[in-house]
Design a protein around this ligand. Structure first.
Ligand SMILES: C[S@@+](CC[C@H](N)C(=O)[O-])C[C@H]1O[C@@H](n2cnc3c(N)ncnc32)[C@H](O)[C@@H]1O
Length: 369
């Protein structure tokens, strides 16, 4: 089998995995684990700053495209910021007002409304995209679907060059790169993102977890959310680690915890309790292997990679040979929320130079002329 065939098989398997876990992923991860929501919050604030800088200081009209957009977290965010209740039918306006009261960060902003022309995205999971569309409708924003706010069902690796106007910003966030079919998929993502924005002079941003944070963050994250992604291979015993059971951790384990145990309630697939207070313990050899490789494996088909900082560095040099590519360790911008992550930014025409200088970020020396 050639690498492309293997990648296709892996894609088909991962598509099933993401379809199956979509709704529980939404509850337990997107809006759940505090360390994940902190990372998401950091990314959202950073992206706000990038888009505001481009809109205000570079006078750009923008289109945002989210690759591996999942349940449309960012679509919802920017749809809310750019929509005035006056545009909506009364029932939708009421829904939007109610949603805004719960989250003032989603307040309407005329600058966003004028400059952010569209928010699109692609994902290969139909269930994720269905969830995303439902979320928009639930918040009164259904009328924006399929024009200003849109979702493509497809592969992250097939991105086509985007138009130059509005100015394209392609993003792939929250470690989507880590679940995109291993290192071969990750390199395809780097190439696809460049292809999408380069001819238009646009910007590509990839954000993911770092292998260096596996011991401090990944172990705790995955132990806390095994009802989404399955029992991690480093926990024993594996008595309930099959598709006949769901193990629901009783609490979120926070980063840097050295607690070797996790307490779960075991349910069958109909939700009936099978065992309460079941204790799982870390197997030290399996922990050591996970920490060394950054390859997260569970007893389901779910798999994720946390890539080392120098691996991202190599991919940036190889696939984004530009004098305006940046590699940022999240902790250098925000030690509280960015600790486990890293970010690659391709700024084809140097539009972000001023902002990067403000943040103290230097471009990578990629040997580009
Ligand atoms: C970790 S989730 C992140 C979702 C979203 N970006 C967020 O921040 O909430 C990764 C998403 O990537 C999608 N995905 C994985 N591999 C993909 C591929 N090759 N093409 C398109 N989508 C893919 C999954 O379906 C899933 O929705």
């Amino acid at each position: 089998m050639c690498l492309t065939d293997i990648l296709q098989d892996t894609c088909a398997r991962d598509q099933r995995v993401w379809d199956a876990c979509a709704s529980v992923y939404e509850d337990r991860i997107v809006g759940g684990h505090p360390d994940v929501t902190a990372y998401e919050g950091f990314e959202e604030d950073l992206l706000d700053r990038v888009l505001l800088y481009l809109a205000r200081e570079r006078k750009k009209r923008l289109c945002l495209y989210d690759v591996g957009c999942g349940s449309g977290r960012l679509h919802l965010r920017y749809a809310m910021k750019t929509t005035s209740v006056a545009q909506l039918k009364p029932a939708d306006a009421q829904l939007l007002e109610r949603a805004r009261r719960k989250n003032p960060a989603f307040a309407y902003d005329p600058l966003w409304a004028e400059q952010l022309v569209s928010v699109g995205g692609v994902d290969f999971s139909t269930q994720m995209l269905e969830l995303a569309r439902a979320k928009l409708r639930k918040n009164g924003l259904g009328s924006l679907l399929d024009h200003k706010i849109f979702f493509d069902h497809g592969s992250a690796f097939d991105l086509q060059p985007m138009e130059g106007e509005p100015f394209p910003v392609a993003i792939s966030v929250c470690n989507s790169i880590g679940v995109m079919q291993g290192p071969e998929g990750a390199t395809k993502l780097f190439k696809a993102m460049r292809r999408a924005v380069e001819s238009a002079g646009g910007i590509a941003i990839i954000s993911g977890y770092r292998r260096e944070a596996v011991a401090t963050f990944a172990l705790c994250n995955y132990e806390s959310t095994m009802d989404v992604s399955g029992q991690p291979r480093w926990l024993i015993p594996d008595k309930y680690a099959t598709s006949h059971y769901v193990q629901v951790p009783r609490a979120y384990k926070r980063a840097h915890s050295t607690d070797e145990c996790v307490v779960v309630d075991v349910r069958d697939t109909d939700g009936n309790i099978v065992k309460e207070g079941h204790v799982l313990t870390r197997d030290n050899d399996a922990v050591r292997e996970t920490v060394a490789t950054g390859h997260i494996r569970t007893h389901t088909a779910y798999t994720s990679h946390w890539y080392a900082f120098d691996v991202f560095e190599e991919w940036i040099a190889k696939h984004w040979p530009s004098s305006n590519a940046y590699h940022i360790a999240g902790k250098d911008l925000d030690a509280l929320r960015g600790e486990p992550m890293q970010m690659a930014i391709l700024d084809t025409n140097g539009e972000l130079k001023g902002l990067m200088q403000r943040w103290g970020c230097m471009p990578e020396r990629n040997g580009a002329t």
